[in-house]
Design a binder for this molecule. Structure first.
Ligand code: NDP
Length: 324
């Protein structure tokens, strides 16, 4: 038996229900995990609202850390009692116990807590591919990250700084700007009152930046393009303000032969060897202290709706977790 969050129709946080369900024995290739901590991510709100449609009724959540309880046939490399974390797979991480494909699991290093595991798999692996693969940040680069005080944002600020970059971060308030600066952001822009592209041009002496990491979407997309130097890379990786509307590709030419990508973590982690290499790199920067995880909100699992309300109202900073 497991208690879990489920939703039968899409909508606001009020559609989330706290229910009980049996957990069958794990199928071949699966393990049963008892969650110790569950990650809350902005993508969970897209599933709940219907922006990213899923078959209903559905569980929710794609990230957690916990202990392996049982193995299905054919599972090797894991044993009951192992401490593990994961991101991806069928929705359903907002639960006490679940079954999951063993291919998605990574073992949690002894130095890392369950809370850290649950807070970093989605946001930290996203930071890894953004900074190390989508656009490989070089020492001396000046980069722009939007929502710099958010979950992905605070990790990107610290990691980019450790890679030798100068980091410009945009945020919605002075308090968030201060937090971003405490996490390696060299220049902050409060985008509720300043033009991001004008400030970026000022900071870079008119040159523009080689890469913009934009998870805001609709509200920031065009101005983000205006921040790039010729041949710069626009990485639009989220829709916190809504999806980017259709646009004319010739704009990319007019603004300096820009590159545009709309990446998703699950393509970068699709091959197990890539997942493991990315997780190794992430665990190393966290264990070394180069990246400190800021778990700034914790809620009981049954209060997932409250977590969603806070996240969508921009009242959170850093990472949010649920405790079963
Ligand atoms: P955050 O903690 O960054 O929360 C979202 C932030 O977006 C808010 O705190 C807020 O910061 C900002 N924001 C701007 N406009 C709005 C708006 N209209 N409504 C709500 N928030 C707004 O979330 P996560 O770290 O979980 O995720 C960050 C982004 O990265 C999300 O868009 C998510 O979808 C995306 N993502 C993409 C992945 C991928 O592979 N493509 C993987 C993981 C995450 P402020 O107040 O400073 O504006």
């Amino acid at each position: 038996m497991s208690r879990l969050i489920r939703f039968e129709r899409t909508g606001g946080p009020e559609v989330l229900q706290w229910v009980e369900a049996d957990v069958p024995p794990p199928l071949a290739g699966e393990v049963r995990i008892r969650h110790e901590a569950v990650g809350v991510n902005f993508i969970d709100t897209y599933h709940r609202s219907g922006l990213y449609p899923v078959p209903l009724p559905s569980g929710l959540g794609q990230e957690a850390a916990g202990v392996v309880e049982a193995l299905g046939d054919g599972v090797s490399g894991f044993a009951p009692g192992d401490r593990v974390a994961y991101v991806g797979g069928a929705l359903g991480a907002y639960s006490e116990v679940r079954n999951l494909s063993a291919d998605l699991l990574v073992k949690l290093h002894d130095s890392l807590s369950f809370e850290q595991g649950a807070a970093m798999m989605m946001q930290g692996l996203t930071a890894q591919y953004l900074l190390r693969r989508t656009y490989r940040v070089q020492p001396g680069d000046t980069i722009l990250i939007h929502a710099a005080a958010g979950g992905v944002g605070l990790i990107v600020c610290q990691w980019a700084k450790a890679l030798g970059a100068t980091v410009i971060g945009s945020v919605s308030s002075d308090a968030k700007a201060e937090l971003a600066r405490q996490h390696g952001c060299d220049h902050t822009i409060v985008y509720t009152r300043e033009s991001v592209s004008a400030r970026v041009r000022e900071i870079t002496g008119g040159a523009g930046v080689p890469v913009v990491y934009d998870s805001i979407g609709k509200d920031t997309f065009m101005d983000s393009l205006a921040c790039l130097r010729p041949l710069g890379m626009m990485v639009t990786f989220g829709n916190a303000s809504g999806p980017v509307p259709a646009f004319e590709p010739a704009i990319l030419s007019k603004m300096g032969s820009l590159f545009l990508t709309r990446p998703a973590l699950f393509h970068y982690t699709a091959r197990r060897e890539d997942l493991l290499a990315m997780a190794d790199e992430l665990f190393a920067v966290v264990a070394s202290g180069q990246v400190r995880l800021s778990i700034n909100q914790r809620y009981p699992l049954k209060d997932a709706a409250t977590a969603h309300r806070e996240l969508e109202a921009r009242r959170t900073t850093g990472s949010t977790i649920l405790i079963p």
